[in-house]
Design a protein around this ligand. Structure first.
Ligand code: OGA
Ligand code: MN
Length: 212
C-alpha cells in the first residue's frame, strides 16, 4: 500500500472514533516540499491581515486574531501540488467515511512573535458548510519553549483544555469544524501554518455556494 494511503487511513480512523486527528506527514512528501519552496519565495507583501467571517460580513478583528494570511490558488504550481494532495485526502475520506466532502480551501498563515488567534470554532452547528478543518505546520526545528501551540478544547465541555499541539513541521491536524474549539497561543518565533476547510455542497437555488 502507498504510504499516503496509510496516513489517510489513520486520519479516517481517528475521525471515525473521535472527530480529531493529529498525524505527521513524511518530510520527503513532495506536497510538503512544494510548500517549503513556496514559503521561501514569499515576501511580506504577499500576506494580508486576516478577517473574521465571510465576504459581506467580513470584518478585521485584531482582538480575536492577529495573523496574516495568503490563500492558496490552483493556478500556482507549487500551491497546486498541495491542493492536489488535499484533494486525494478528500477522496479518501469520502470513500471511507461517506463524508460527502465537496471542496477544499486553505490559506498560509503567518503569526509573528506574539501573534494569536483566540479560542474559536471554525463553524457553528447548522450555520455553515465548513465541515472538516485541517491545520498543517511548516516550522522546521520548532522547539517546545517557542510556544505557539494549538490548544484544542473538549468537544463537549468547551472550557476543558484537551491537548496542546506543537506546531512542528509536517504535523497535520484534522478535526470536525463544529465540534472542537481551538486557540493559537503566542510564540516567540515566527510561526507558519496552513489552515484549511473541507466543505459539503449546500447549494441554494441551484447555485453552488462560493468558497470563502
Ligand atoms: C484558523 C486556525 C490554527 C493554526 O485559521 O482557523 O485555527 O494553528 N488556525 O494556524
Ligand atoms: Mn480555527
Amino acid at each position: 500500500m502507498h504510504t499516503t494511503d496509510e496516513l489517510f487511513d489513520r486520519i479516517a480512523q481517528d475521525l471515525r472514533v473521535t472527530g480529531l486527528s493529529v498525524q505527521t506527514i513524511d518530510k520527503t512528501e513532495p506536497a510538503l516540499q512544494a510548500l517549503v519552496q513556496r514559503l521561501s519565495l514569499f515576501s511580506g507583501s504577499d500576506f494580508s491581515a486576516a478577517g473574521i467571517g465571510r465576504q459581506t460580513e467580513h470584518t478585521q478583528n485584531t482582538e480575536i486574531r492577529s495573523d496574516k494570511i495568503h490563500w492558496l490558488d490552483s493556478g500556482h504550481a507549487l500551491e497546486n501540488t498541495f491542493l492536489m494532495y488535499m484533494d486525494e485526502l478528500k477522496n479518501h475520506l469520502n470513500r471511507r467515511l461517506f463524508m460527502g466532502l465537496f471542496s477544499y480551501e486553505c490559506h498560509f498563515a503567518h503569526y509573528e512573535p506574539g501573534a494569536f488567534y483566540k479560542k474559536h470554532l471554525d463553524a457553528f452547528q447548522g450555520n455553515t458548510n465548513r465541515v472538516l478543518s485541517t491545520v498543517l505546520y511548516l516550522n522546521q526545528n520548532w522547539q517546545a519553549d517557542y510556544g505557539g501551540e494549538l490548544a484544542i478544547f473538549d468537544a463537549h465541555d468547551h472550557s476543558i483544555l484537551q491537548q496542546k499541539i506543537t506546531p512542528q513541521f509536517g504535523t497535520l491536524v484534522t478535526f470536525l469544524s463544529d465540534e472542537y474549539p481551538h486557540e493559537v497561543l503566542p510564540a516567540t518565533r515566527p510561526r507558519y501554518s496552513i489552515a484549511g476547510w473541507f466543505r459539503v455542497n449546500s447549494s441554494v437555488n441551484g447555485q453552488i455556494d462560493p468558497p470563502r
